[in-house]
Design a protein around this ligand. Structure first.
Ligand SMILES: [Zn+2]
Length: 194
């Protein structure tokens, strides 16, 4: 069997997307632990382990004092703030690259971001000849959702791990994930079925 080059892309497991954060996802801190365990025990299945990060300075209309939680949000993940840091339960040392996005834009997809050296996510995936993407993480109905849509549009067979992902409510995540499935994403369990 030919070896398939996979990358794991963990979306926005940051303090502001966990409990007590500005835009909390359900069970964020627990998922941070589970994602760390999964990444640690499965790193040899992946060519690349990637973690994205929202990092805002002046993202224009992305912030609002009366947010609609669709296009505008309460202030979150301000550059160099506590809320912008990865949640301490996420073992960030496991990741080959951190993809930072949203300095002066909404940055709702990891594909809007770059590595520390300024390489775009797409360029990195192409350079490393990644064929398949596995995605999990937080802000499921927005940032994870948009990341998965971009992955599909760029032609990557894309799996979303539903047991390693969440958002602001079950209903919103369910709606987002059903939409991703209808666009061709594979929804599966990372841990429960192993
Ligand atoms: Zn944001």
């Amino acid at each position: 069997m030919e070896y398939t080059k996979r990358a794991l892309l963990v979306v926005d497991v940051q303090n502001d997307f966990c409990e007590h954060g500005a835009v909390p996802s359900l069970l964020g801190s627990q998922l941070a632990s589970l994602i760390s365990i999964f990444a640690q025990t499965n790193y040899n299945k992946y060519e690349l382990l990637l973690a994205s990060k929202d990092s805002h300075k002046s993202p224009k209309g992305h912030f609002s004092s009366s947010p609609d939680f669709l296009y505008s949000w309460p202030k979150h993940c301000l550059e160099s703030s506590e809320g912008e840091k990865f949640h301490p339960n996420l073992n960030s040392s496991l990741f080959d690259h951190v993809i930072t996005k949203g300095i002066n834009s909404a940055g709702m997809s990891a594909f809007d971001g770059t590595t520390q050296l300024g390489e775009s996510l797409l360029d990195l995936l192409e350079r490393r000849e990644i064929e398949v993407l596995d995605i999990c993480g937080l802000n499921g109905e927005a940032n994870l959702y948009n990341t998965a849509i971009d992955a599909l549009e760029f032609g990557f067979p894309t799996t979303v791990f539903i047991d390693l992902s969440s958002g602001s409510s079950h209903a919103k995540v369910l709606e987002a994930f059903e939409d991703l499935q209808s666009r061709g994403a594979n929804l599966t369990y990372a841990i429960s079925e192993n």
